[in-house]
Design a protein around this ligand. Sequence first.
Ligand code: GLN
Length: 260
Amino acid sequence: MKKFTKVLSVVLAVVLTASMLVACGSANEAGGAASGTIVFATNPEFPPFEYITTNGVLGEYDGIDMAIAKKIGEDNGAEIKMESMEFDSLLVALQNGQIDAVIAGMTVTDERKEAVDFTTPYYTATQVMIVKEDSAIATAADMADKKIAVVQGYTGETCVSELGYPYEAFKKGTECVMELVNGKCDVVVIDSATAAKYVADNAGIKIVEDNSAFASEEYAIAVAKGNTELLNKLNASIEKLLADGTISTLAVQYSEADAE
Ligand code: GLN
């Protein structure tokens, strides 16, 4: 009997998931830009680009990306919906048609370009190392025999694995920083602006850059492959917000402000 109940619940879970996918699958047609709503998704664990707060620019969401999404809505007379998911799930949700666009401090990479289309980039970043203030780590090569922490699925993980060093991957940047602060790892590799936030918020840690080891990265919004209608709208807005200085003003404001 117990076994039967277990099987039944598994079957039910599968059916429920399938129907959810069908229901969500209509985001592009029913909730797409054409009908006046753009359904975005992000992973709000990436200050100063996206984080949760009590009174954010988009409901509970705040950050540079959230302010950009809001401006895109205003520019297109569209309502902006923001959904929260794991960073690793964002592109899958886009491919499933569950959402219209991803704005998540996401670096344009060749691998991701195979799965989705990217807008004009709106921000340039790089990977950096966060270490204890008294650390001897001065270059990426110094990490070779050290304990390295990265966030799973971030470009920081790709960089460290390409360097060929062993590392431990965590779900969130804050977890990596806690490991470092508690002496459980020696170095965290993560995006520059986010690293600056963590260093400002935690005593005793500092940033080490190595521009010869870490190339510059560009953040862009992702849409489903072939969704040129939305891509063109987003590009028009982004180009406008870049040209009139809105995005650089937002970047400065949010980088100086307290994230939480
Ligand atoms: N820029 C990094 C990447 O694209 C991290 C992005 C993020 O955490 N939101 O992988």
